[in-house]
Design a protein around this ligand. Structure first.
Ligand SMILES: CC(C)(COP(=O)(O)OP(=O)(O)OC[C@H]1O[C@@H](n2cnc3c(N)ncnc32)[C@H](O)[C@@H]1OP(=O)(O)O)[C@@H](O)C(=O)NCCC(=O)NCCS
Length: 212
């Protein structure tokens, strides 16, 4: 396998959106919205173009990662700039071959070089703990409802970057899409059936797990 990671370019947009749709469809809920999120994100002020990467296998794109600006808001309303990735995805037929690892590690290295304080992301701990992410509770970082969830994962990008920083995580509002917007955008792709699958139950249970 000849593997290459590079910044996403305009010519990649459709392939990347098709891949996002394949990777997420029916995974966490019936249907999927990540292909639309990616589409919308690219022209949003919170988008970080320098951290949008694709991974190619033998010159064909098989995965991508996207970052947006986020922040930690402290009790006295001070704001600390952070960044967040998501969506990140690899073509289903290439899972567990180390591609996600290459892509995530590369993006973390570039984010460090750019001087960012920390990465906050939402997901399964087993996906991100291998890179050094820990549950937000370790750093006193909650969700906006003030609760510590196992699915809020935090990675400081330099020594002491989160010392004296705590509060709640605020993600970009570009991630909040409506079903109507998604359905409208989805019409430009071949029809795909929205249906239940067992992975949705795992996600539902994981999303509400508190870190106590
Ligand atoms: C999550 C995702 C990007 C991982 O990509 P990948 O190329 O399959 O991951 P890698 O092969 O690089 O795995 C790296 C490590 O992550 C962990 N990991 C990845 N997928 C895992 C899984 N399904 N279960 C348990 N651990 C997992 C493991 O520690 C793995 O190392 P190992 O294979 O040596 O045990 C990919 O599974 C994906 O696209 N999933 C669908 C979309 C999604 O859920 N994205 C994340 C939410 S935004």
């Amino acid at each position: 396998m000849n593997i290459k990671i590079r910044n996403e370019e305009a010519k990649d947009y459709r392939r990347v959106e098709e891949l996002a749709r394949e990777a997420f469809w029916n995974l966490y809920f019936p249907g999927g919205h990540e292909h639309y999120v990616v589409h919308k994100m690219r022209s949003h002020p919170d988008f970080i173009k320098e951290l949008a990467f694709v991974i190619e296998v033998d010159e064909e794109i098989e995965g991508a990662i996207f970052y947006t600006h986020s922040k930690i808001v402290s009790e006295n309303k001070e704001e600390y700039e952070t960044i967040s990735f998501g969506p990140v995805f690899i073509s289903p037929e290439f899972h567990r071959k180390g591609l996600g690892k290459e892509l995530i590690n590369h993006s973390i290295e570039v984010a460090k070089e750019m001087g960012y304080r920390a990465i906050l992301t939402l997901g399964y701990p087993y996906h991100y703990e291998p890179y050094g992410f820990s549950g937000g509770k370790k750093y006193g970082i909650s969700m906006p409802d003030g609760k510590f969830y196992k699915g809020l994962l935090v990675l400081p990008l330099y020594e002491g970057s989160l010392d004296d920083v705590s509060g709640y995580a605020e993600f970009s509002n570009v991630l909040d899409v409506t079903e109507e917007e998604v359905d409208e955008f989805d019409k430009s792709f071949p029809p795909k059936e929205k249906k239940y699958q067992a992975s949705q139950d795992e996600y539902e249970a994981a999303a509400s797990l508190l870190d106590d």
